[in-house]
Design a protein around this ligand. Structure first.
Ligand code: AMP
Ligand code: MN
Ligand code: MN
Ligand code: MN
Length: 283
């Protein structure tokens, strides 16, 4: 396996204002170069609208760019994120599928606003809508930013913990795409499918085994091992899982905003040399 591949500063997971990031697609790319990223993927939630702009800027400044997307999936009652890397943003099957995934977001956000009002937080829906670059992609992140602005919570993590996760007052359950559909859209569009931040999911060992087995049967290529969402222990654990299941491994910061000091483009642990970087397909 080539050492050059491992030494590339690849960041294959990032967000722009097209979903719940705070930088425009072009500014994500410019920041990527500034942060010495060698290979960058923009992976907005359920949307490909930022890719043309990002691609054009990357070409202008000579940064290697991969068109990506992060699809919201419901599997065994929980939300799982599947990254599609190296997709054709114009593929009609992918575009129609993503439209379907996005269509429930506005209604869900209205319900979130109503539930927050029940615990005395008024006007959250309108405020979140105003913060979202794209009403189609209104996200829990926009609610979290608003609740930080009001001074109710110190940071977005606290908002999620106290208000926006299952069992908390602002949480509204939602049904996203099936794993099978999401992977079909990614593969039809020529991309590789990657399970994003597996350490975030609250599955037991048996459920993880079932998820990885089904993902492999559906032709899944890789799992994200190095990510700002993983501690050292999780990174080691999922590196081992990648070896066990024969998956390639991905590396991505999950960058959303310069205001989040803990997460920066290109600043993620390297992959262990025993893993095959998924970017061997693109580099
Ligand atoms: P949604 O797709 O609307 O359910 O929002 C999911 C987004 O919320 C993720 O992509 C993250 O950006 C953000 N998020 C989820 N969990 C947390 C958390 N515990 N702390 C901060 N942000 C989170
Ligand atoms: Mn996000
Ligand atoms: Mn995610
Ligand atoms: Mn993400």
């Amino acid at each position: 396996m080539s050492i050059a591949l491992h030494s590339l500063n690849a960041d294959l997971h990032s967000h722009s204002t097209v979903s719940d990031g705070t930088l425009a697609p072009r500014d994500v790319v410019l920041r990527g170069r500034h942060r010495r990223v060698d290979l960058l993927a923009l992976t907005d939630h359920d949307a490909v609208d930022g890719l043309a702009e990002a691609q054009a800027v990357a070409a202008e400044i000579g940064l290697k760019f991969i068109a990506g997307v992060e699809i919201s999936v419901t599997w065994a009652g929980q939300t799982v994120h599947i990254l599609g890397l190296g997709i054709d943003p114009d593929d009609p099957t992918l575009r129609t599928g993503l439209e379907r995934v996005r269509s429930g977001r506005l209604q869900r956000a209205q319900e979130m606003g109503e539930k927050l009002a029940e615990v005395g937080i008024e006007g959250a829906f309108q405020a979140a809508l105003a913060l979202a670059g794209n009403p189609d992609l209104l996200s829990r992140t926009h609610f979290a930013r608003y609740l930080v602005q009001t001074g109710l919570c110190g940071d977005t993590r606290e908002v999620f913990r106290r208000y926006l996760v299952e069992g908390k007052p602002g949480y509204v359950p939602h049904r996203w795409a099936s794993l099978k559909d999401a992977m079909h859209w990614i593969h039809v569009a020529g991309g590789a499918a990657v399970i994003a931040h597996p350490g975030r999911y609250k599955y037991d060992a048996g459920q993880f085994h079932a998820l990885f087995t089904e993902f492999r049967e559906l032709g899944g290529e890789a799992i994200e091992v190095a990510t700002s969402n993983h501690g050292a222990h999780e990174a080691r654990h999922f590196a081992q899982q990648a070896r066990t299941f024969g998956f390639e491994a991905s590396r991505g910061s999950d960058f959303h905003s310069p205001k989040d000091a803990d997460v920066e483009l290109g600043r993620v642990d390297r992959l262990h040399p025993s893993l095959l970087p998924v970017w061997h397909r693109f580099a």
